[in-house]
Design a protein around this ligand. Structure first.
Ligand code: ADP
Ligand code: ADP
Length: 233
């Protein structure tokens, strides 16, 4: 059984109506199909504008697909929305925290969205996992960029989903933070979490991923175990 199944997914954005805008609207996904096997680190690789964020936002329930089917952990995102959203944690590209919330509060609020009250022990464990124990009670505005990114991962894991999806987790971060984030992703995967990440760095996908799908102009152009893909190149 696949952790995520994507079938013939099409996304056409509504036309913006601005000057030079295309009347039909942008066709961002042109019928994409693939499975993410359970237990793997799966890389979605492609240049800017390929459709990676669109696909992730559809999985996250933040963008409506035009047609096609998506299921997460066997739950259809339209017909079994609650179960599907409980099975997935999303680490978005943009970092937005209320500046006067502490990491501890960020996690408690996130848990509240799922109607769960995690024991303090779990919250403490999550913060320890992302090396934020010392900052548990500090205002988010005092955290470094790296700390905020790690907090985003803890936030995505608060309801203990079997699948974690990260949108360009290392775009624009320095070498040290990139290494930290890679280690965090590997550790979660070792603990049994299926991971999907988007990236436009081939090297990152090679280092981290068991399997790589390449998307370009809204279409999947490859989907192979990393070793086969690297042998071809
Ligand atoms: P990627 O994440 O691979 O960089 P995106 O999914 O962000 O690609 O974008 C795919 C295409 O869809 C791009 O041409 C982008 O400009 C367009 N697009 C993304 N979001 C919107 C939107 N909200 N409205 C209209 N077009 C969009
Ligand atoms: P990415 O970093 O994934 O390439 P972008 O920088 O293209 O994303 O887009 C950032 C935000 O702007 C996204 O939320 C996306 O939905 C939106 N966006 C991107 N392209 C367009 C567009 N052509 N029209 C409207 N919104 C867009």
């Amino acid at each position: 059984n696949a952790a995520i199944s994507i079938r013939n997914v099409v996304k056409r954005y509504a036309p913006s109506g601005g000057p030079g805008s295309d009347k039909e609207g942008k066709l961002a996904l042109k019928g994409v199909s693939f499975d993410v096997p359970q237990g793997q680190i799966f890389g979605l690789l492609g240049p800017n504008g390929a459709g990676k964020s669109t696909l992730i936002n559809i999985m996250a329930g933040m963008v409506m697909k035009t047609s096609g089917e998506v299921s997460i952990w066997g739950f259809d995102i339209d017909r079994q929305r609650r179960n599907a959203s409980r099975a997935i944690g999303i680490v978005p590209q943009e970092i937005v925290f209320d500046p006067f919330f502490t990491p501890y509060e960020v996690l408690e609020n996130q848990a509240g969205l799922y109607g769960i009250a995690p024991p303090a022990r779990l919250t403490d464990q999550l913060l320890a996992d992302v090396h934020l124990t010392d900052k548990a009670r500090a205002y988010a505005r005092t955290l470094s960029g790296g700390m905020k990114r790690r907090l985003l991962v803890a936030k995505a894991m608060v309801h203990q989903p079997p699948v974690l999806v990260l949108d360009e987790p290392t775009a624009g971060v320095d070498v040290e933070l990139r290494r930290q984030l890679w280690e965090l992703v590997k550790r979660l995967n070792d603990e049994g979490v299926t991971v999907v990440l988007t990236t436009h760095y081939l090297e990152e996908a090679e280092q981290l991923c068991d399997r790589i799908a390449i998307i370009n102009h809204g279409a999947l152009i490859a989907n192979k175990p990393t070793r086969e893909l690297v042998d071809m190149a």
